[in-house]
Write a protein that binds this ligand. Sequence first.
Ligand code: GLN
Length: 452
Amino acid sequence: TPEALLDDLAAKISAGDGQIGAYLSHDLAAAKAEAATVDLSLPLGGIPIAIKDNMNVLGQPCTCGSKFLSENYVSPYDATVIKKLRAAGAIPFGRLNMDEFAMGSSTENSALQVTRNPRDLERVPGGSSGGSAASVAAGSAFAALGSDTGGSIRQPASHCGVVGLKPSYGRVSRYGLVAFASSLDQIGPITNTVEDAAIVLQAIAGYDPLDSTSLDLPVPDYLATLNDGVKGLKLGLPKEYFGEGIDPQVRARVMAAAEKLAAAGAELVEISLPHTEYAVATYYVIAPAEASSNLSRFDGVRYGHRAKDPADLDELYRRSREEGFGPEVKRRIILGTYVLSSGYHDAYYTTAQKVRTLIRRDFETAFQSVDAILSPVAPTAARKLGEFANDPLHEYLSDIFTLSANLAGICGISVPAGTITSDAGTELPVGLQILGPHFEEAKLLRIAKVAE
Ligand code: GLN
């Protein structure tokens, strides 16, 4: 029964999550009340699904991993993905830790708690959806929703050894997701298996009049083609994704996964995505620019943290933001405001938009000759907690393989591709990234099913 599933998860959370720190909160009584009325014949009938803490669920907290929203904010509505999960019979259960406002790749930027990688507790789970990946990997969630602006679903999935799917931009409604960078953000599933990812995507995908960027296209039946195999498909290996800076053990695991697909009948072809080297610079102009605008709503007046006893309105704004935001969020706001300011706008923001077009064209050209692209998700396996403290640039550079998909708006998935051995002798998961053309999630899932 759904009640028994909820009890089981709650027991796992109290037994193991103290060590891992994936959950920020959960409300067993509310979930059980919902379970009592759920229609079990629906596709996700009675299945609890855990939610990254940047998606609104009516009556629940939505902290975004920030002090700003952790004191008193309670969601007054359901995000569209939550409405759709409920319509499919699922029960949203539990709020998962994340980098503050989804800015980061390790979940260490959460202002609220540390999340550890269940495969090696000394290491980060990845991020920003670190709580989502860690909960699924630890077995304290059957499936979770994450959000991906530059890799935040795929990279933590890779680091924790689970499946993470970033849908094409416009496939899933962003209504009710707290915006980080609106032209890049997408919600997607983090699950144990590719089949589970297909089932959850089926539930959350589709047009939403409340999100003007969601596309009015029919949603295919993802399970119908899941087992169609890869015979005859052409898979591209971009030479820019296998060069310098990648851990040789990671490269070996990804190549072994590619060989597995070749053995199943796919043809491997070397391709080039020539503007890859500009992806990090382009993303770290566009994402902060959009973030600086989106985060202006946190002003201490409308909701969230409010500074005490300000002398005037200016001080209320200034101190509320100073006290409420953590260092990485401040860094992004300052950077974003700078690249948008008159005098610098053309040099940085406009130039980045032009390079973004070149990156998108790289993929359009590649997809004329291949069905999908194979690559690593990240240059290394999960790093140790604290290893990049005070070195944000190093952290940004490690996003090199995931950012381009968001800049181009295409879909991507991370599938477990075995493990590598750390210096300390622990086995660390490595993910294979599969990138597909716009709205070709069915093909992506089909390939991922063979790779898994
Ligand atoms: N690591 C990237 C960043 O910090 C991507 C984050 C994300 O996808 N939300 O912006």
